[in-house]
Each structure stands twice: as structure tokens, then as C-alpha cells.
Ligand binder design. Sequence first.
Ligand code: KMH
Ligand code: ZN
Length: 272
Amino acid sequence: MEKLIITAALVGAEVTRQQTPYLPLSPREIANEAKRVRDAGASIVHLHMRDETGNPTQDKAVFAEAISYIQVETDLIIQVSTGGAVGMTAEERVQPVTLAPEMASLSTGSVNFGDEVFSNPLPMVREFAQVCQTYQVKPEIEVFESGMVQNALNLVQQGLLHDPLHFNFVLGVSGGMPATAKNLLFLLDLIPPTATWTISGMGKHQLGMNTLGILLGGHVRTGLEDNIYYRKGVLAEGNAPLVERLVKIAKHLERPVATPEEARKILSLRQK
Ligand code: KMH
Ligand code: ZN
């Protein structure tokens, strides 16, 4: 098995300070949190940004501020979100890719998202993939349901994505595929043998799905974007405790954890 890559999804677009006081919001707070998860063992940060009122924003300048702090203070791989928040326009969402980070998320289809719809029409997905190519940004293909895998394979045929692909299975979103072992195994059968993959479980499914991912030779995403609890009824005091626990589990399961430099090689990121 490859060494384990741990991604920390620090803040997301939906969680609020009312739900947890440990949510980082400003670019400075997000960068401080990035440093903490790096020290804990993460090698990638999946980034969303918030404006001064705490609402989600894809503003390029806000991303640029946080990224500049993170790059000075850590060697983390930066993965910007192109998902943003439900209801944002394509133009808003794609902005941070033009900062040429090493990675960006790319959802390859639409999905119900609670009572809303996370809308990703294929022409928009193709445009985002093209912008990623232009800026030499490696997409992480976000899969909320199985049709999104085939959509990604179609993008390879169209020359808009290239091997080796990297998938993130986001299981347990209300409206998407439930977080079950059977669903993960089913999805793994659909991806090319050259692909790498990571697993995100929503809410109470985070820990179990991550542990399964470690055992199956995949990579893992944790963080407050997906789950705010450390255990039932107990809030995680930030993202770092969630990362620290995965490092401990990986150690018990004899799966070494990758540094950012090792993760860059495993994921075939662009040469600097
Ligand atoms: N906030 C969700 C609607 C991504 O970052 O690419 C979408 C999301 C996916 O978080
Ligand atoms: Zn996200």
C-alpha cells in the first residue's frame, strides 16, 4: 500500500459558528488551522473561504490571502474548492483555480444536497476541467453518487481529464450515496486501476469510513466541513484532533502517513 494521505477539510461552506465555536473563519484563522493540521499529520488542506460576516465566498482575493499565509508557514498541498456553496454561479465558483493552486475539487455531476440541489451541469464541469488544465491544477473528482464516476471517465475521453485520476468519494450527504462499506466497494470497482482515491464520510460516518479507507489502501479526508463531532455529543476542538486520531489509527494498522512531499508524488502533482 502507498503511504496514507490525510486531507483536512477545514471549514466548508455550510457549518456555522453557532454549530461549533471551533470553526476557523477568517483567512488568518484558516491559515492557523492549516498549520495545526500539518503539525498533526495532514498533507492536503481542502479550502473554502468565508467573508467578514462568516458567509461562504469564492472571492479570489480572500483565497489569495489565506493561501499566501499557508504557503509561508507550511509545505501543505493546497486544494481549493470549486464547489463553493449551493446557489453560487459558475463564474464565482471557478475563481480560486486561477490562483494556480496544486489541486482543486471538481464535482462531476449534480446531486440533491439536503433540501437543495448542488448543481453541476456537464457544460460547466467541462469548463472547470478546462480551467484546471490551463492552470496545471490537478482536479480531485468529487463523487457524491455513482454516475459521477462515469461522467469523469467521459471527460477523459474528451481530453479534459488525464490519468492518473484522483477521486474523492463523498458518502453520506443527504441526497447522495449513503456511507456504507458496500457502496464504497461498488465505487472502487468503477474506477481505473491507475486511479488514486480518498474517502469522506459525513457526520457520524466520518470515522468509520476513514478507517475503512485506511484498511483498503485508499486515502482519507477528515475535518469540520464533513463532521463537527469528535464523538457522539462531543464537539471536535478544531480540525487537528480529528487528524491526530487518524494518524493514531493508521499507526495501529501499520499504515505510514505521507508527508506533503510524498503525497505530491503519490498524486502525480505538477513538478514545481
Ligand atoms: N459546499 C458543497 C455544496 C467542493 O468543495 O467541491 C459543495 C462542496 C464540494 O463542498
Ligand atoms: Zn468542499
